[in-house]
Design a protein around this ligand. Structure first.
Ligand SMILES: O=c1ccn([C@@H]2O[C@H](COP(=O)(O)OP(=O)(O)O[C@H]3O[C@H](CO)[C@@H](O)[C@H](O)[C@H]3O)[C@@H](O)[C@H]2O)c(=O)[nH]1
Ligand SMILES: O=C(O)[C@H](O)COP(=O)(O)O
Length: 244
């Protein structure tokens, strides 16, 4: 009996000070069929995240200082390209971005892979169930992101900020270079749709660290708001100016 070979997938995990969670997250994604490489980008952590990721057998890229999530994802793509060049990864491998804080639930991101492998979508995005513990936001960033994507593309995502995403090589080409910082997801969604590619949200049973209500959390939300607004503003301007 012949079996169709499994599509290969490169997992990229951007991580800033995730020593408490990174090992479980790496083990979680390793259970996903077809995963040929796990790349952890330590984005200037000071808690030994890189050493733990290396101990778990991940490919580790280290930023000497913190650059923000989007740059960490770009660095991860750089390592993926390198792995392709040396023949450790197929040319047509998809790239699966996974946040570092999912722990064992990370295995559920596997649901994002099949639609891309089967050519049904170029970008799949995880939607998460209601999270344990209380989230402290008022939905401001989420609604800015959702309304902006809808205005620019006509598509209204359920969870526009979700970071768990699987991209075909065509989607990677359309989405790079990424919008900076926390604007990466919104920019990616708009750019992939603009390229005429298909985007699909897929429910995944994931649990992550929710943003709370303390001052640090509010500063985090303000940075998210700024970066999402910037990503949308750049794309509105591009619309007005037309193709370069
Ligand atoms: O400077 C940073 C900050 C964070 N991270 C990593 O990025 C991921 C997401 O960060 P997190 O603090 O968990 O983000 P959330 O507050 O949960 O943000 C939500 O919204 C973001 C967009 O605003 C998305 O990028 C996230 O995936 C989504 O979970 C984690 O692996 C972090 O370790 C970095 O690599 N560099
Ligand atoms: O807590 C969250 O979901 C994010 O930080 C976004 O915050 P928001 O509730 O202001 O959209």
């Amino acid at each position: 009996m012949t079996t169709t070979p499994l599509p290969s997938v490169a997992v990229v995990i951007p991580a800033k000070d995730e020593s408490a969670r990174i090992a479980e997250t790496i083990r979680g994604v390793r259970t996903i069929p077809g995963v040929a490489a796990v790349v952890v980008v330590d984005d200037g952590s000071t808690d030994g995240t890189d050493a733990i990721a290396a101990h778990e057998g991940a490919e580790v890229v280290r930023h000497a200082r913190n650059h923000g999530k989007a740059d960490a994802m770009m660095s991860g793509l750089g390592r993926v390209k390198g792995l392709r060049r040396v023949g450790r990864l197929d040319e047509d491998a998809s790239v699966l971005f996974v946040d570092a804080d999912l722990e064992a639930s990370a295995q559920a991101v596997g649901a994002l892979v099949a639609p891309v492998a089967r050519g049904e979508a170029d970008l799949t995005i995880a939607t998460l169930p209601k999270q344990q513990g209380s989230a402290g936001g008022h939905g401001l960033v989420v609604s800015l992101a959702r309304r902006g994507i809808e205005e620019l593309t006509g598509w209204s995502p359920v969870q526009p900020l979700s970071g768990m995403r699987c991209l075909s090589p065509a989607a990677v080409a359309a989405a790079t270079p990424f919008a900076r910082g926390w604007g990466v997801e919104v920019g990616m969604t708009v750019d992939v749709l603009d390229a005429g590619l298909t985007v699909l949200e897929v429910p995944c049973d994931l649990q992550h660290r929710v943003t709370g209500t303390d001052w640090r959390s509010q500063v985090h939300r303000a940075a998210q708001y700024r970066d999402v607004a910037l990503a949308l503003g750049v794309r509105r301007l591009r619309r007005r100016l037309g193709p370069a």
